[in-house]
Design a protein around this ligand. Structure first.
Ligand SMILES: [Zn+2]
Length: 334
């Protein structure tokens, strides 16, 4: 793919179109069940569309199962796709932040391409898809924060007490497009148990309150969304060879530099083209990957795409094309 500066359009090569037609079958050229499911959803990025696509993959491919990890504050399921049978397990999570719903889409595109390749006995890059999943287990939790995604996509309604409270937390605005937190204004990616109380002091100094982003909650793991992820990580702790947490945006990989993470960081940067950075300031407290590192799990935060959140929805195919080599080859590397 290359970028046509004069028209601000991305131009895909033909082999890339073939991939896009496989994973975006609702495009003109191909019609398939997955595409129909996505079309039926009013918004193909919504929590309901995410669940429908996961159910479709589970129903279509016998080697995929859905694992219920928890339930959000507003009673939405927090679910993961599990596939493969190796002991070494890779865990990829997306959409900690409401306005970053493209990360959920990225993980589902990856799941769909991988499943179709396994089913057809195809190779992806130089790897046999079947062999990859015989040697590894892959867990994809595309949407940690379904309530936040729903808020970012649809906003809050002033018809009910919760909606009115959310609008107040959003400084009176009904524009929720940049909302990152969960339904009660806690930023889940500051709610993990890593330097939590030090962050609470900084939070006070910065005047951060429950709202759109950065409020850490009353105590570590106070939110059901955080707990769902922590339980999953604890369950697979001894088997996890890597944890990737997807956010947007910046085309950057954040990590804590140590012998545990160094090699993996170089691999991720080389295969994605993203730069490596060590997290600093308010971003270096209470995050999932910070906490996972303390459990000796190599963990990285990937900020996909570039621009302003929410990233334009029509860049979703481009993001997948850019990152598919990294996603696929991770299954062989970690
Ligand atoms: Zn984020």
């Amino acid at each position: 793919m290359f970028f046509l500066a004069s028209t601000k359009k991305y131009v895909f090569f033909s082999w890339e179109w073939n991939i896009l037609n496989t994973i975006y079958p609702d495009r003109k050229r191909v019609g398939s069940f997955s595409g129909e499911i996505m079309k039926k959803q009013k918004n193909s990025f919504s929590p309901r569309a995410i669940s429908a696509r996961m159910a479709y993959l589970c129903k279509t491919f016998p080697f995929v199962r859905i694992k219920r990890c928890g339930t959000s504050l507003c009673n939405r399921p927090i679910e993961a796709l599990v596939m493969g049978c190796g002991r070494k397990t890779l865990l990829f999570v997306g959409a900690h932040h409401g306005s970053e719903y493209l990360t959920a889409n990225l993980l589902l595109d990856f799941a769909e391409e991988l499943c179709r390749a396994v089913d057809a006995g195809k190779k992806l890059f130089s790897f046999s898809a079947r062999e990859l999943l015989e040697r590894r287990t892959l867990i994809l939790l595309p949407c940690v924060n379904p309530d936040g995604v729903a808020l970012a996509l649809c906003g809050a309604s002033s018809d009910n007490p919760l909606g009115r409270k959310q609008i107040a937390m959003n400084r009176g605005s009904e524009d929720f497009s940049k909302w990152q937190a969960n339904a009660r204004g806690v930023d889940i990616n500051h709610n993990y148990n890593y330097r939590f109380y030090r962050y609470k002091e900084l939070e006070k100094g910065h005047g951060i309150l429950p709202g759109r982003s950065r409020y850490a909650g009353d105590y570590p793991e106070s939110e059901p969304e955080t707990l769902a992820v922590c339980r999953l990580v604890e369950e697979y702790r001894a088997r996890l060879s890597v944890l990737l947490s997807f956010h947007s945006q910046g085309e950057v990989i954040y990590y804590h530099d140590s012998p545990l993470t160094r090699q993996g960081a170089r691999f991720l940067s080389r295969t994605s083209g993203y730069s490596l950075e060590v997290a600093e300031g308010l971003a270096a407290y209470g995050g999932l990957t910070d906490w996972a590192n303390t459990l000796s799990i190599p963990a990285y935060t990937l900020e996909i795409g570039r621009g302003e959140n929410p990233l334009p929805r029509d860049t979703a195919p481009l993001l997948y094309i850019t990152l598919r080599e990294m996603l696929i080859s991770s299954l062989a590397f970690f």
